[in-house]
Each structure stands twice: as C-alpha cells, then as structure tokens.
Design a protein around this ligand. Structure first.
Ligand SMILES: NC(=O)C1=CN([C@@H]2O[C@H](COP(=O)(O)OP(=O)(O)OC[C@H]3O[C@@H](n4cnc5c(N)ncnc54)[C@H](O)[C@@H]3O)[C@@H](O)[C@H]2O)C=CC1
Ligand SMILES: CC(C)CC(=O)C(=O)O
Ligand SMILES: [Mg+2]
Length: 347
C-alpha cells in the first residue's frame, strides 16, 4: 500500500502533515508513504512544477495524497512553469477525469454554514466534476488584434467521449445515493454545453432508475444557496465544477472542510482538499487541516476499500467539530496542529 504524498506550497505542507499523522495513527498493515515535490516548491528545487521524478513516484504509487500548489510570487512565469501546472499535469498525465467533491453538513453542526440551519441541515450532495477537459486544457494564448488591442483567448471544448465517461461516473454515483442526477451546463449559450447536454441525455438511457434533470450553471449557483437540499448528485464540467464546489463548501461551513477524490478508471486516485495554497494564512499554523484529513479518508475508501478506517477518520473529524474544535475559517481559534491533535485523540 504505497501512497505518494505531495504537500506542495503555502498551507499544503501544514495540512498534509496532519493528514499523514492521522494515516499513520491507524497502524494500517503495509502502509508506505513516499514524498515528492510539486508546485512552486518543486520549481524552486528542480526548475519545474511537476518534475519527472514526481510523476514517476505518482505512477509507482497506489494513490496520491496532495496538499495544494500556488505561489503568487511565481505568477510571472510562463504558464507551463507555474505551480498550478503540477496539479493540472497530474490530473492529465494520470487520466484522473472524475473529481468527486462531496458536501454534506455534519449532523448537529448545521450552524457552521453561512446559510440558515433549516436550509443547511438538508445538504447532502456530491459534485462530480469532469477534470481532464474543458477550457482548462484547451489551446490558449494572447494575441494582438489588427487594431492593436491585446486579446486573451482560451478554447472551451468537450469531445463526446469525454462527456460520456463523466456522465457514466455521475449516473453510477447517483445509483449509489438517492438516484437523482442534475447535469449543470450553459447550453442556452455554449455549443460545448449543448453537446454536453445531448450526450448526457443519450447516456441516461442506460440508467432508467436515475432521475435526470438539467440546470443552467447560473441557476445552479443560485439554487445551491436557496435550496441545496434538493441536490443529490451534480455532474458538470471542469470550470463550472471548480466554481460550484467552492460555493458548496461554504454551504456546509468552510472551504477548510471539503475533501475530494480525483479518479481514473480502476482504483488509483489522487486525493486533495478542494482549497488552494491560501498564501494569506500560510506559515502561520492557522489552516484547517480537516479537508485534507477527510481526503485521506476518501483515499482509504476509494483506492483501498478500507471503509471502516475511512469511517473512523470521518467520525473523529465530526467529533472534534462537535466538541467545538474549530479553526479560524469556522469562527474558532484552533490552529492547524491543535485540530490535528483533536482528530487524533478522537480516532
Ligand atoms: N488544487 C490546488 O492546488 C489549488 C490551488 N490554488 C492556488 O492557490 C493559490 C491561492 O488561491 P485562492 O484563490 O486564494 O484560493 P484558496 O483556496 O487558497 O484560499 C481562498 C480563501 O480560503 C482560505 N482557506 C483556504 N483553505 C483554507 C483552510 N484549509 N483553512 C482555512 N482557510 C482556508 C484562504 O485563507 C483564503 O482566504 C493560488 O495560487 C491558486 O492558483 C487554488 C485552488 C486549488
Ligand atoms: C489550479 C486550479 C485549477 C485548481 C482548482 O481550483 C481546483 O481544482 O479546485
Ligand atoms: Mg478550485
């Protein structure tokens, strides 16, 4: 059981350290952790945000635990060398096309949400975000128009097979839950989205037990705040899923709570909090490590089938929160290590 640990930049190393402590405390037979450099940290050491040796470590592992990448002081670099290319590169190189981002309110902790408790209390949703395509991976550039104005451009596209495989992931996820799938797009404006919608409808024929609905992304953003309890599984593209999942995190309390799994076919996966490197609080011991700890739980469940261990971690996080252990993101004062200690004590 070989797990690659890529801590990255900013709060990445701080939150990853706590998740590693939790994994180690479980005394799982054969657990082997291998560290690798990613992001700005890797660029500074190796001249590239995703060095070949890091990719090799990932390929030799059964799963990756990822912290975060991003360093504003490197934003002047050409795009291929920027820290974010590490996570984008890993997703692409490893074929991690399905990003599962669950957002469930912790029972009894409805008031962590910025929404009213009677609204937040009903949230139990899963965002299934396509992760290998869309405008993130299209051709892009800047050019100067004939009249001298500069123009930035990014190509948005989805091929039907890309939509089909994420649609299957969405339907299968819905089958294991409340059998409701909402496909979120912008088909009233974008050709990319019209094809997305057409293909999702085609795939739906194979899942007669799942109720399929469609929603435009602007409405989805509004409904996530108005009536988030109405959602079961949301399937959507890379860009919309990125945005809606940050929003969903606040509906359950904080971005410091939302974990994710990025999956290929098979059991291999990369697991990371949905947040970034949070440069504003990095190095201060203030980051909430719960999202990363919960990502470790997802890792044990999805890549190794260790359901009991995963549930133990999730219960320990819930117990720590119920006992009032909250980071600054949740209006509390607990620091990163204190939160890690609290989860460990409740395992
Ligand atoms: N997967 C990744 O590695 C991601 C990387 N990024 C990168 O991270 C850098 C910062 O991006 P931002 O837009 O500021 O997003 P961010 O998610 O890093 O931070 C947004 C806000 O949430 C807070 N926050 C985030 N995680 C937290 C935690 N665990 N505990 C407490 N507070 C937390 C931050 O302090 C900040 O105020 C950028 O370079 C960006 O490109 C952003 C998102 C994902
Ligand atoms: C570097 C970004 C594409 C990562 C991000 O914001 C995300 O995956 O949530
Ligand atoms: Mg994001």
């Amino acid at each position: 059981m070989r797990i690659a640990v890529f801590a990255g930049d900013g709060i990445g190393p701080e939150v990853t350290a706590e998740a590693v402590r939790v994994l180690e405390a479980l005394n799982i037979d054969g657990l082997e952790l291998v560290e690798g450099d990613v992001g700005g940290a890797a660029y500074r050491k190796h001249g590239h945000p995703l060095p070949q040796q890091t990719l090799d470590i990932a390929r030799s592992a059964d799963a990756v635990l990822f912290g975060a990448v991003g360093d504003f002081s490197l934003d002047h670099l050409e795009r291929a060398l920027r820290p974010e290319q590490a996570v984008l590169g890993l997703r692409k190189e490893l074929g991690l096309f399905a990003n599962l981002r669950p957002a469930t309110v912790f029972k009894g902790l409805e008031d962590l949400s910025t929404l009213r408790p009677e609204v937040s209390g009903k949230i139990d949703l899963l965002i299934v975000r396509e992760l290998n395509g869309d405008v993130y991976f299209g051709e892009k550039g800047t050019r100067t128009l004939e009249d001298g104005r500069r123009q930035g451009w990014d190509m948005m596209s989805y091929a039907e097979d890309e939509v089909r495989r994420i649609a299957h992931a969405g339907f299968k996820a819905a089958q294991g839950r409340s059998k409701k799938l909402c496909s979120v797009d912008k088909a009233n404006v974008l050709e990319t989205s019209q094809l997305w919608r057409d293909v999702v409808i085609e795939v739906s024929a194979e899942y007669p037990d799942v109720e399929l609905t469609h929603m435009y992304v602007d409405n989805a953003a509004m409904q996530l705040v108005k009536n988030p309890g109405a959602f079961d599984v949301i399937v959507t593209g890379n860009l919309f899923g990125d945005i809606l999942s940050d929003q969903a995190s606040m509906c359950v309390g904080s971005i410091g709570l939302l974990a994710s799994a990025s999956l290929a076919e098979g059991t291999f996966g990369l697991y990371e909090p949905i947040h970034g490197s949070a440069p504003d609080i990095a190095g201060k011991g203030l980051a909430n490590p719960m999202a990363t700890i919960l990502s470790a739980a997802m890792l044990l469940r999805h890549s190794f089938g260790l359901e009991a261990e995963a549930a133990r971690i999730e219960a320990a996080v819930a117990a720590a929160l119920a006992d009032g252990i909250k980071g600054g993101d949740l209006g509390g004062s607990a620091g990163t290590k204190e939160i890690g200690d609290a989860v460990l004590a409740r395992l």
